[in-house]
Design a protein around this ligand. Structure first.
Ligand SMILES: *Cc1c(COP(=O)(O)O)cnc(C)c1O
Length: 350
């Protein structure tokens, strides 16, 4: 059955962003493909990135790693950011997954499962996962990678970035054989001393700017689009949608588009969201519902750009930047991408 809404993933744009991140950082790019590559589909994304030269990937959960290993075969290195737990360590080892060890109990669990190649996270300021620098373990057999994570990567001028960077440089020097990985997307653009050996971008591979706003070095990868399913007149003074959320200020034409919050169009898109339809950005009017939005296309009619059932509306993509859409909705591109439910087919081009 065809679906009126779909997410098109431009694999050539993904490849472009991979190489842009490589060029900006001067380091090896180890893509972060957690959460199904931020909703775009981890397997097709990782396969294309392998063609572009990626050899090492990061996922968040062990189960994501198991699925990716099954899809990609034995060649790539796969790190699990969550680390390992007593009851999953041996299964991770069997799937040739490398845990990022975040605390002593994980180091013990990994050793108990037989040990082997793994990574180590040092917390330099997130206070999330990882060992405090003063508690970092002595170098040990199997340690292949040491990493830390920036707290303020979307704000390059924040002094915390340099402080974390200097702390990571000091602590990582204690593990001379290990690959040092520090920067996410934002850090890739902070200069050579933030690159270390390998960077871990996620969002900027997928089209989000490193500072949460459009960036001309990064191309749109994800296009969320949906069909117009009805075009209707709404007379001056009539209302549209739940809670009668919009009152037509003039005799209007409204296009009903088959995308709602079950398709990743957050409720917070109203009242400031705009979508690309009939060659221009046009306002969403009234509340987003579960399956549809209403778009004011009165101006299109005035300009003689007819809107008809079956026309495609772009929620975000090349004509409506995902960061701009996220800002309008009071959120970030990460949340937009990871909110698209399985009912929206992913279509791969390039
Ligand atoms: C998610 C994540 C990344 C990728 O971050 P982006 O901001 O999407 O580039 C890198 N490292 C860690 C530890 C993460 O959790």
């Amino acid at each position: 059955m065809p679906s009126p809404a779909s997410l098109t993933v431009d694999l050539n744009a993904l490849a472009h962003n991979f190489h842009a991140l490589e060029a900006a950082s001067g380091a090896a790019v180890h893509p972060v493909v957690k959460a199904d590559s931020y909703g775009l589909g981890a397997t097709p994304v990782a396969r294309r990135l392998m063609v572009e030269g990626a050899r090492t990937f990061f996922v968040a959960r062990a189960a994501e790693g198991v699925a990716l290993r099954a899809a990609l075969g034995p060649a790539p290195v796969i790190y699990v950011l969550d680390g390992c737990h007593g009851d999953t360590a041996s299964a991770q080892k069997a799937a040739d997954l490398r845990p990022i060890l975040n605390q002593p109990v994980q180091l013990q669990a990994w050793r108990a499962a037989g040990g082997g190649a793994c990574g180590l996270q040092i917390d330099t300021g997130m206070s999330r996962l990882g060992f405090r620098p003063e508690d970092a373990p002595e170098p040990f057999e199997g340690l292949a990678l040491v990493m830390s994570h920036l707290a303020c990567a979307d704000a390059p001028a924040d002094s915390m970035n340099r402080r974390q960077r200097d702390d990571f440089a000091a602590v990582s020097a204690r593990y001379p054989g290990a690959i040092r990985s520090f920067s996410n997307s934002g850090g890739c653009f902070m200069g050579a001393d933030f690159a270390f050996d390998a960077v871990r971008p996620g969002i900027s591979l997928y089209g989000g700017g490193p500072e949460g706003r459009p960036d001309d070095r990064i191309r749109a990868v994800a296009t969320l689009s949906a069909e117009v399913v009805q075009v209707r007149p709404v007379r001056k003074g009539e209302t549209v949608g739940y809670s009668a959320g919009w009152t037509a200020p003039r005799d209007s034409t409204v296009a009903i588009v088959a995308a709602g919050y079950a398709d990743g169009v957050l409720r917070s898109y109203s009242p400031r969201g705009k979508v690309w339809l009939a060659g221009a950005l046009r306002p969403i009017v009234g509340r987003v519902s579960m399956d549809v939005i209403a778009v004011d296309v009165t101006d299109a009619e005035v300009a003689d750009a007819e809107v008809a059932v079956g026309d495609l509306c772009e929620i975000y993509g090349p004509n409506r930047n995902i960061d701009d859409q996220a800002t309008a909705a009071g959120t970030i591109a990460y949340e937009l991408l990871t909110s698209i439910t399985p009912r929206v087919p992913r279509v791969y081009v390039g």
